[in-house]
Every structure is written in structure tokens, then in C-alpha cells.
Design a protein around this ligand. Sequence first.
Ligand code: CP
Ligand code: NVA
Length: 316
Amino acid sequence: MFASDFLSIRDFTPQQIRHLLDLAMHIKAMPQAYSRSLRGKTMALIFEKPSLRTRVSFDVGIQQLGGFSVYLSPAEINLGKREGVYDVAKNLERMVQGIMIRTFAHRIVEDMAAFASIPIINGLTDYSHPCQAMADYMTIFEAKGRLSGLKLAYVGDGNNVAHSLMFAGAQLGVHVWVATPDGYEPDHAAREWATRRAAETGGSCTITNDPVAAVEDADVIYTDVWASMGQESEAALRKKIFLPYQVNGKLFAQAKPDTIFMHCLPAHRGDEVTDEVIDSPRSFVFPEAENRLHAQKAIMLELMRDESVEHEHGVL
Ligand code: CP
Ligand code: NVA
């Protein structure tokens, strides 16, 4: 058995993370070979926050694997108000074969996984976004031909996307730098875990308040919105605080001639990134978005297929 849930990149070994990336690339290269792999299986997609990429990639992904999905909006479940997590888990486990959930508190996905007998996939919490990080490192591998030893500079808010990039980078031997304004640094425990795991894989994890130091010699510059979903009331204040961390032509030029730009999207153009950078030939934001589909398919396949099959494609 590969694992019973996909809640955090931290729950896996470096080999398992590489295996998932390898599988995602194989699925991307040969989608037809997997068109019946999850035949007749249904995923419930629970969204307590908006989504474009996560919803479409899971919905289309399960269909391309031969299965079905049922989309549950905030209005339908009203988790914790109309019905508690335990009751939702105990109902859904009798009707579907897997649940993807996007919510606020990370505790909710952990509780869902503890209560439900079927696989639970974290489709983003306030704490982490592991599916995104899988697609991101897959994109970096495609662009650079390797992962170990690369430098990724994340510039912006040290929250969910940054945490998952730190965790996955540590698993993959990447040097991850995170540059945030004072007070917006990543969670201390996240940093400690990434530092420990990176020491075993040849990577590293560095937190700084200096965006220029972070991007120096970086192979990848990555940013995310300054006000995440649920933080809309802080947007005006954050805009002032984060302005020195904008990824614009000047900051991008501090890196290398072949540095690539990435963003999980949606982007607030003119805030965390300028058009000049996101629309440049070195921007990989759309291949990165596409890879959500292939990465999600690999995750669903590993968690939901009837028998674990060894894949030795050996790309990574
Ligand atoms: N990157 C990402 O998760 O996009 P959505 O919020 O549109 O799903
Ligand atoms: N940090 C962002 C990521 C969106 C994919 C948010 O949580 O809104």
C-alpha cells in the first residue's frame, strides 16, 4: 500500500515523492494507458474556498482515469455548521471511493482522514497545498532536467504554498529560499522539518527577509498572492507591507539569464508579479497549471487503485 491519504508532503519518503513525480510524468506521456485505471470509482470534491485549477484538474483527472466526481460547494455541505466533519466522513465513505477537500483549518483534513475509511486528499488548507507542490516540482524537472541541487527562491507570504514548496524541496534535495516581510515568515515547525529532511537529501531551507539575497543565483523564482483566500480584509494592509517583495523586472534581473518564473495562480498582476515577468518567455505558469492535472491523476491513482503496481519508469 502506497499510503492511505495525501495530506502533507511530510508524510512520505523522498523515494515516494520521486515515484509520484515519475508516475505523473508517465501519465502525462501516455494518458491512454491509464484511461481505465480507476474505472467506476467516484471522488467527492469538497470545496470550502473557490478554485479553478484544483477543481478542474481533479474533475477532469478522475474522468480521464475512468471514474467520476461529485462537486460539493460550500453551500451544499456547510461543513461544521449544517453538519460536522465526522458525520460527513461517515456518510461519504459509504458512497464514494475518495475525497478531495479544500478548506481553512488544516485540522479539518486531518480529522476527515482520521474518521473516513477512504483516501483523503488535501486540496489546500491555510497551512499547506501539497498537490500544488507536486505539479511545481514536476514543472521544474521538465524545465531544468533535474531537481537535486537547484535553488528555488520563493518571494512573498510564508504560508500554505511556501510550506509545501519547502517540504517537497527538502524531499528532493533542492535549496529552497523563502523571502518574506518581517512577521510573515513560514511556520517554525515547518522550517525545522524542512531543514532536517533537507540535511538528509543534500538540499537546504533558508528563511530571510531579503528578496535580493533569495533570488541571487536562483534557478526558479516563485511567488503567490499577498492576501490568501480568507484574508481578503487584510488585502490593503498587505499590499503596502509586501510591495518590496514584488517580483518585477528589476528583481528578476538579479537572478540568472535562465532563471524561470513560477506562480501557483491565480495571480494578482501588478501586485506580487508584474506583466513583464509573468508574460515573459521565462514564465512557466501555464505549463505549471497544466501539470496540476497530471500530478493529481498520479495521486488519485496511487491512493485509489485496487492493487499497488510498481512503476519503474526511471525518469527521475
Ligand atoms: N493553484 C490553485 O490551487 O488554483 P485554484 O485555487 O484555482 O485551484
Ligand atoms: N496562498 C493562496 C494559494 C491559492 C492557490 C491561497 O491560499 O489563497
